[in-house]
Structures are given as structure tokens and as C-alpha cells.
Write a protein that binds this ligand. Structure first.
Ligand code: GLU
Length: 280
């Protein structure tokens, strides 16, 4: 049997809309890095967020990414069918005393936290007021009967979390100051993005995560979760985001042109890739 590759990367689109040029560039960088390291890419369908996720968008990204020339290991992984795995990770965090149930609404949180930290043009979650936490000595209720409520991860206040970003150099943030207790489980019975992503990156043995720089703040949270779950941490490469002619970052909600439209207009993959190379 062949030895498993020493580099395992992943492409992790959410099927909430059509991919645009910014996604294509990040995924193309992921492929370049995997190839350079003699490694492989997994394709993970981040389809937890119902009802925003639609199967037709998953079909579309498979088609669009293949058109662009990207290759991945089969089968495609779906987060949607991994709920028991996320629940087990939640139970592990619970057993380690790292999480607590939270009945505060998002509205209350936004009203209490005057400003949400703002970085790289990305508004982050407001910092959860520490006075709303239960005392660390308080035993939280069992998980099984409380999967219909929000659970938060108690961040180690004052601890500096750092990592060397392969694209942007050293990164660090102080827990409790730059980000607060964050959601790991949602009262609709689903893991948060942070938990699902950390669990998958850990269990799938991902060695490098390539994604947009808008997710740098998430990385600090995911590193804390990976540690708490005893997984080793991947390396990270946060690609600078693409902007349009007005300097606005490309986003579906601002009507960024989709790969599909570009293809329908007759553009060829090689042409798009040549553009990524000159702006890389
Ligand atoms: N699915 C997430 C998104 O499209 C990205 C997850 C990740 O790369 O960690 O924003």
C-alpha cells in the first residue's frame, strides 16, 4: 500500500450560493500548495447550516471546481451526516469542564457588548460578557437533556494564542480580550462552525488549512478547541481576500460575479488562473 500523503489539505465550501472568483482563487492556492508538497486535498461540504445550505449549490460547486481543474480525494465529505461525531466532541468538552449552557439571546449579547472587534474589514462576534458566565466551580447540567440550548466554550482569559501564518506571518490574540466565550453548540441542535471545523480538521488529519483571511479570528478559537480535544493543529495559510474595482471585498451578498457566469460568458479556466497568478 502507498504511504499516506504527508500533506492533507481541504477545500471547504458552504453550499449557500454560487462560488465566485475569490473562492476560486483561494481553492486554487490550496491546490498549488498541496501539489508543491506532494499531498492531497479533501473536499468537505460544509452543509450544516440549514436552511441556508441547498443541495443545488453543492452540485454547482462540484461542477465549477472540476471545471477549474481542481482535483480531490473521493468521496466528498458531508458535515450534515457527521452530527454524532460532533456530539461526541461536545461531550468530551463537557467532561473536561470546558463548556457551559447559555440562555442569553444574540440580541442581548449585541446590546451588552458595545462594539464588536473589527479587523481586516470583518466584523467579529461581540465579546461575551464574562460576568454572564457561570462560576467555573459550578457543574453544568448533562448534555443529553440540553442539546436544545446554546453551549459556549469558556476561553482561558489572558492566554495568548498564536500561530505562524504561512501567508501573513506571526498571528496572535489574547483570549478574553480579543475574543470571548464562543458558541460550540446551537440551540437548533447543530454544532457551531467553530466546533464542526475543528473536529473535522483534527479527525481528518488535515496538515494545512488554506482559506480566506476573514477567518483568521476563527483560527484562534479553533486552535483552543483542537487543544481541548487533543488533536494536533494544522498549519494555516490565510489568503488575502480579493477586492473588486471599488476596493470592496468580493462577496456573494454584494453580487460578486459567480464562476458559473464567467464560464457562461466564455471565459476559460486558464485565463482565470493566469489572473490568480499575477495577483497571488
Ligand atoms: N465553509 C466555510 C466558508 O465557506 C469555510 C470553512 C473553512 O475553510 O474553515 O466560509
Amino acid at each position: 500500500m502507498d504511504n499516506p500523503p504527508t500533506y492533507i489539505g481541504r477545500l471547504a465550501p458552504s453550499p449557500t450560493g454560487l462560488l465566485h472568483l475569490g473562492h476560486a482563487r483561494t481553492f486554487w492556492i490550496a491546490q498549488q500548495r498541496a501539489q508543491a508538497a506532494g499531498g492531497q486535498l479533501l473536499l468537505r461540504n460544509d452543509d450544516l447550516d440549514q436552511p441556508r445550505c441547498k443541495p443545488e449549490f453543492a452540485e454547482a460547486f462540484v461542477e465549477d471546481l472540476s471545471w477549474l481543474g481542481l482535483k480531490w480525494w473521493h468521496p466528498i465529505l458531508r458535515q450534515n451526516i457527521r452530527l454524532p461525531i460532533y456530539q461526541e466532541a461536545l461531550a468530551q468538552l463537557h467532561a473536561a469542564g470546558r463548556i457551559y449552557p447559555c440562555r442569553r439571546s444574540r440580541k442581548e449579547l449585541i446590546a451588552a457588548a458595545a462594539t464588536a472587534p473589527h479587523e481586516n474589514g470583518v466584523r467579529d462576534e461581540p465579546i461575551f460578557p464574562p460576568e454572564w458566565r457561570p462560576a467555573a466551580s459550578e457543574t453544568p447540567p448533562n448534555i443529553e437533556d440540553h442539546l436544545d440550548c446554546n453551549w459556549r466554550f469558556r476561553v482561558p482569559d489572558g492566554t495568548t494564542v498564536s500561530f505562524p501564518d504561512q501567508a501573513q506571518g506571526p498571528q496572535w490574540a489574547v483570549a478574553g480580550r480579543d475574543f470571548g466565550d464562543f458558541l460550540v453548540w446551537r440551540r437548533d441542535g447543530l454544532p457551531s462552525y467553530q466546533l464542526a471545523c475543528a473536529v473535522d480538521d483534527g479527525l481528518m488529519g488535515i496538515t494545512e488549512v488554506v482559506r480566506g483571511e476573514d477567518l483568521i479570528k476563527s483560527t484562534f478559537r479553533q486552535i483552543l478547541l483542537l487543544r481541548a480535544l487533543n488533536h494536533s493543529r494544522p498549519a494555516y495559510y490565510h489568503a488575502p481576500l480579493m477586492t473588486d474595482a471599488d476596493g470592496q471585498r468580493l462577496a456573494k451578498r454584494h453580487g460578486a460575479v459567480s464562476l458559473r457566469e464567467l464560464r457562461e460568458q466564455g471565459h476559460k479556466p486558464a485565463e482565470l488562473i493566469a489572473g490568480f497568478e499575477t495577483h497571488a
